[in-house]
Design a binder for this molecule. Structure first.
Ligand SMILES: Cc1cc2nc3c(=O)[nH]c(=O)nc-3n(C[C@H](O)[C@H](O)[C@H](O)COP(=O)(O)OP(=O)(O)OC[C@H]3O[C@@H](n4cnc5c(N)ncnc54)[C@H](O)[C@@H]3O)c2cc1C
Length: 483
């Protein structure tokens, strides 16, 4: 089949009945649930982009194996042109969502592509695992599926490993092997967009200890598999707020969820790794599933940061405060943040590395530096927006006030900005800014930048240790005359 339309994606959502819990009730119709409806349509738009003539050749390609047109996330990158093709996809999806939807379909499709092309790693442990991931890759590529993932254990007692938790099935683990497959029990988090996806893939960060064998797992199943319970966090909007009042929060709410597996049967042909602590610990470093999706997150992060900075600049301009040195200094600083990420991305792509499988990946040091910097650059851009908008951010009336004839004069006189900025324009701009820097929606978007791919502190420590191993730090010796 290859690429599918937004309508086909929506048909898929309508055809399933996952067990979704939202604010204390079971959702009976995911598509009709107000809080999911708009995000479903935003995702559908991305699927439809694959059919737009102006962009189709940039974000899709003809698959050599099937002759079908498929998404660039399924392109196994073997040269610089392939990296460019992937970047075009990431950029197109990120721009369509202002970088505010982190888990668009490209993100996990890259992960599966990376597992597929590096499946020799799995083959060395168990040829069935390698076969399974290869078949799975072809299945999601040819059906253009949308995945969620849950790689983190619930936050119970982080000082103990999985097998040391009070109940051994708190963290997701294998219960028994049957002829049909593996029965799993316990929970994983934090599955973003889970209710509106087709499938869920489970794998984990390294960190397994001896005794954790039952938790050393990787598999994928349909999102409506019996026994899989999706418990959503409290919604950050009710799905009924107007686009005019909440131009971002009303459209881009990415629901997050805890996944509870109540003795779920995972068919053997969907198991990619099991009962092997060593393989689970090496999965990240040996299959490129960290570095390849970092390309997507880097491009998306750049678009999001750029967007936040543009909002801050326009905010300042609209009320004439960017004539002041302190405001110019703050804005200059966050623009330099954008330029830093832009430059790092270019270097990462230009200085690409080749994995043992022959896959081309963006260079580790610059791409990981993006990962290290965004958790401070993005919150700083949001802080600058808050400082510049000041009390004005809290003063926006509703669209109903703005359009009420009796208030029309007041709206234009008292809410207008500097000469040339009408009350209507300023109110709309400040509402957009408030969604980003004040609303719960904006706070989640900020927390996302901190944690979307693991704890930034431990990530940076890993970066330092890798850097130390691969550099000789000779300049000091030269300065001391020891070289
Ligand atoms: C908005 C959002 C969306 C997300 N979407 C997804 C998703 O779709 N799929 C998914 O799988 N995950 C997702 N994540 C989860 C993300 O992967 C985790 O938040 C991240 O890995 C950090 O784990 P944690 O939240 O459990 O924090 P913890 O690991 O519990 O850390 C809590 C605090 O304790 C410190 N700490 C904990 N353990 C250690 C240690 N061993 N050494 C030193 N310090 C430690 C940390 O530095 C941190 O300050 C999402 C997160 C957010 C915020």
């Amino acid at each position: 089949m290859g690429i599918r339309t937004g309508a086909a994606y929506i048909e898929g959502v309508k055809s399933r009945q996952p067990e979704v819990w939202l604010s204390g009730r079971k959702v009976t119709n995911v598509y009709e649930e107000p809080v999911f409806k708009q995000p479903i349509h935003e995702i559908a738009k991305l699927y439809d982009m694959q059919f737009e003539q102006s962009i189709q050749d940039k974000i899709t390609h003809v698959c050599e194996e099937t002759g079908e047109r498929v998404n660039n996330a399924f392109l196994v990158p073997k040269n610089a042109d392939h990296l460019e093709a992937r970047r075009a996809l990431f950029e197109a999806y990120a721009k369509a969502t202002f970088g505010l939807m982190g888990r668009t379909p490209d993100f996990l499709n890259i992960v599966v592509t990376s597992l597929f092309s590096n499946s020799d790693f799995l083959k060395a442990y168990n040829p069935d695992w390698a076969n399974n991931i290869q078949n799975y890759y072809r299945y999601i590529r040819d059906n253009d599926l949308f995945l969620t993932h849950a790689i983190i254990n619930p936050q119970n007692d982080r000082s103990k490993s999985s097998h040391e938790q009070q109940d051994i099935y708190t963290h997701l683990g294998a219960v028994e092997e049957t002829e049909e497959g593996l029965v799993v029990r316990g929970a994983k988090m934090l599955a973003t967009l889970a209710p509106i996806t087709d499938e869920v893939i489970i794998y984990s960060f390294p960190g397994f200890k001896p005794g954790d064998e039952r938790y050393a797992l990787a598999f994928a199943i349909p999102i409506d598999t019996p026994g899989l319970r999706i418990i959503c966090r409290e919604p950050m909007q009710d799905g009924l707020r107007s686009v005019a009042d909440h131009p971002l929060a009303s459209r881009f709410e990415e629901m997050d969820a805890l996944l509870v597996f109540n003795d779920v049967l995972v068919p053997w042909d969907r198991v990619f790794l099991y009962n092997n602590v060593e393989a689970a610990n090496l999965l990240y470093p040996k299959t490129g599933i960290g570095q390849q999706p970092s390309h997507q997150t880097g491009v998306r992060g750049l678009v999001k940061l750029q967007f936040a900075v543009e909002v801050a600049v326009q905010l300042a301009d609209s009320i004439g405060v960017d004539v002041y040195l302190n405001v110019q200094n703050d804005l200059g600083e966050i623009i330099q943040g954008v330029e830093t990420i832009r430059a790092l991305l270019k270097v990462a792509e230009l200085e690409y590395e080749t994995l043992p499988s022959g896959d081309i990946v963006p260079a580790y040091n610059p791409i990981e530096t993006i990962r290290g910097l965004l958790p401070t650059l993005y919150p700083r851009a949001i802080e600058v927006m808050q400082i510049i908008g000041a009390g004005g951010l809290l003063m926006s009336p509703t669209e109903a006030d703005l359009t009420h004839p009796e208030l029309a004069e007041d709206m234009q006189r008292y809410y207008g900005g500097r000469a040339g900025v009408s009350g209507t324009d300023r109110i709309h701009l400040f509402k957009l800014a408030w969604d980003l820097c004040g609303e719960a929606f904006g706070q989640r978007a900020l927390q996302y930048e901190r944690y979307y791919t693991g704890d930034p502190i431990r990530k940076r420590a890993i970066f330092y240790n890798n850097y130390k191993k691969s550099h000789d730090f000779k300049l000091v010796d030269e300065a001391l005359g020891k070289a």
